[in-house]
Design a protein. Sequence first.
Length: 75
Amino acid sequence: MKRQAPLLRAVTETGFIMFLFYSNLLMGEFTRSNSLHGKSIVAAVVDVFTFTNFCIGTFSAVIGHFVVEYIRKKV
């Protein structure tokens, strides 16, 4: 179990960063699309969950994980 702890922490941290990324994207897309065109939340979800956004979110989450680990080791 002790050897799995760093992997579990990395998965948890990257998952949380991905959650924040997608929730921010969805909030912005829903607000923008709803105010302009009166689209539903489903249309906003379809616009947000794309392969490109997934790649950007994953890349950002991995970088964020390394930054958090670096700060964690410094403090």
